[in-house]
Design a protein around this ligand. Sequence first.
Ligand code: SMG
Ligand code: MG
Length: 367
Amino acid sequence: MRILAIELYRVAMPLVRPFETSFGRQHSRDVLLVRARTTVGDGWGECVAMADPVYSSEYVDGCEAVIRGYLAPALLAADDVTAEGVAGILGFVIGHRMAKAAVETAVLDAQTRAEGVSFGEYFGADSDTVDCGVSVGIAGSIDELLAEVDGYVREGYRRIKLKIKPGWDLEPVRAVRDLIGETALQVDANTAYTRADIEHLGLLDEFDLLLIEQPFVEEDILTHIALARAIATPVCLDESIVNAEVAVDAIERGATSIVNIKAGRVGGYLEAVRVHDVCAELGVPVWCGGMLETGVGRAANVALAAMANFTLPGDTSGSSRYFAEDLTEPFVLVDGRLTVPTGPGSGVEVREELLAEWALRAPITLS
Ligand code: SMG
Ligand code: MG
């Protein structure tokens, strides 16, 4: 195919409740959507970067700038583009994985729609539904946290993940464990701790957690190794794992025994599949992370999470976890699971009237 145009849409999506982590509180989701117009049809990709560079070095204005200045011109100049060739064409740009992932996904969506193949089939998914967990932000009080968690358990979520940080860890985890009994529970620190906290984090062992996610800064593999040796709770890396080679390195050195896979973080779904595959070869289970995606990104995540080695529930929540109304048909939890879309490409349709209604600015066309 040839790329005829790349269109960039910016949409503000209000969250049904604020989402607080160790790096701040979000009230709305500033989403960048990419539409690839190609000779075989159109496709969509969602950029997972946040509004500000406080979670990752990438942020949404930066992604837009790199797509406008480098990624889109390179694709528009290429004679023949396939989804499998996008990473090579864009490889001259260092990093900027979230921006690359959004563009590659749009091309993949166009290609697979034209071929009549669903993302699930393309990735090699082997189930029709995926088990869903939910990520719960830092709350104003323990009572507020328990009320929120109780609501999710009643909705059927199969696993609870609590955001933790120094000063908000043992007490909320104990209270939630008491509330939910044997329901699966895990925690995510988003890099909020340091080596000095290893002994303290060991106190989490008594709560029978599935895992502790990314306690230390992303570059610091060594401290994760030290923690993994010191505690019984499995250590799981998120931010640190930027591609399949880094995943192998971190696993072989003993820094992570479970891996969170997010396509945006590793540069796209094709690399996400590679991360899945190397983890499977090494006997390391994976689960699908989330970035508060709209239905566009959620559809692709659910298809990815249907691959065989995604054996733990993902942060693949229903649309209503974040949004009163979604940009696509909503993903609705049934018995704690979401159904993998079966239509061509991502299998969902963008509600273009909502794109216009919620637009932060007019779309930009690069051609
Ligand atoms: O999509 O449900 C979701 C978000 C899950 O906690 C979640 N994501 O580090 O895993 C993570 C965070 C990153 C985004 S926090 C703003
Ligand atoms: Mg995380």
